[in-house]
Design a protein around this ligand. Structure first.
Ligand code: HEC
Length: 303
């Protein structure tokens, strides 16, 4: 065994290439998304650059052609504009014209390139502003979107939105269950035997009930919970009722205002489970023997 370890160690020392290759592999795996996105950005930038270069080249070619045709630069500009006949038009009409501005068919000679295929000539007409600015907007939007969601991480991706939605749904479920807890009453109460419920019941008991009923339920001022004798009934519904409304005349107060319905259910369950245990100092039985059903309808475990 020891030899094998040393051999592996030596091997890894003389083959640093293998170790670093594995490292690179795990790095690639870790930053997969970032790498793909980075490459995509580079490709986008290259395409934009190429488009820009082509645009510049085409403009230069057009200018050269116009110059060759003997059109002076001033004239050329004048020709490309199509604003004549706009006097007397209202603001919106002018705006609309500007928005769809292009060289009219009558003047298409001014924007014709020398390209002609089977009688079909290519014009270098200007793009309508609505289209052009729309295009600029999509570029801007694309960059902003990429930055927001994938580079800066300020926006939530679909995955994160999903996780968020699940968390919110969980909270809603909890609130809903809590609202159900508050609906527990003496008619609907059921024995809750989960560890969480019994532990919570014990906490309530130790803090409020142990003074009179003893920590182990053996009884004191109040009756013993470990025997089969009950004054007011030993099933869940009866125990819950006694806790909720109390027996004020006999020194057992009503806990309705101090404990939530859920807490009363938990402490009632805790007391229910005490029957049959052996307390240190049991109080003599009070009340009558109460026979619980072997599979009581009121003892369905609620987890
Ligand atoms: C101040 C003392 C005192 C405190 C505190 C007290 N009890 Fe009691 N409890 C009594 C007395 C006394 C009785 C007997 C009432 C009777 O004789 O009808 C009783 C009866 C009961 C019974 C009915 C027992 C039977 O045999 O039917 C239950 C259940 C009970 N208490 C639960 C609780 C719970 C739960 C708490 C804490 C949240 C609590 N008690 C706190 C004094 C107390």
């Amino acid at each position: 065994m020891k030899n094998l370890k040393i051999i592996t160690m030596l091997f890894s020392l003389v083959t640093p290439g293998i170790a670093s290759a594995q490292e690179t592999e795990s790095l690639v795996e870790k930053y997969q998304v970032e790498i793909v996105l980075g490459l995509a950005v580079v490709v986008c930038l290259a395409v934009l650059l190429a488009m820009f270069a082509m645009l510049v080249a085409m403009k230069t070619m057009l200018r050269m052609k116009l110059a060759a045709d003997g059109v002076a630069e001033e004239e050329e500009k004048e020709l490309i504009k199509t604003k004549e006949g706009e006097e007397g038009l209202g603001f919106w009409a002018k705006f609309w014209n500007r928005f769809n501005e292009s060289v009219p068919v009558a003047k298409e000679e001014t924007v014709a390139t020398s390209h002609e295929y089977d009688g079909i000539r290519e014009l270098d007409n200007r793009l309508p502003s609505w289209w052009l600015y729309g295009f600029y907007f999509t570029i801007f939007f694309g960059v902003a979107y990429l930055m927001h969601y994938h580079v800066l991480g300020t926006g939530m991706t679909q995955d994160e939105e999903y996780q968020q939605a699940m968390i919110e749904a969980d909270q809603e479920v909890k609130l809903y269950l809590a609202s159900l807890d508050n609906l527990i009453d003496e008619n609907s109460v059921e024995l809750a035997t989960s560890n969480v419920d019994l532990a919570a019941g014990m906490a309530v008991y130790d803090a409020n009930c142990a003074v009179c009923h003893a920590a182990d339920g053996g009884g004191g001022v109040g009756p013993n919970f470990t025997d089969e004798y009950w004054i007011h009934g030993g099933d869940m519904k009866s125990i819950f009722t006694t806790i909720k409304y109390g027996v004020p005349a006999k020194g057992m107060i009503s806990w309705e205002t101090q404990l939530s319905p859920k807490k009363m259910q938990q402490v009632a369950s805790y007391i229910y489970m005490m029957q049959g245990t052996t307390p240190a100092d049991p109080k003599a039985p009070q009340g009558d023997i109460f026979e619980r059903a072997t599979t009581p309808a009121d003892s369905t475990a609620v987890n």
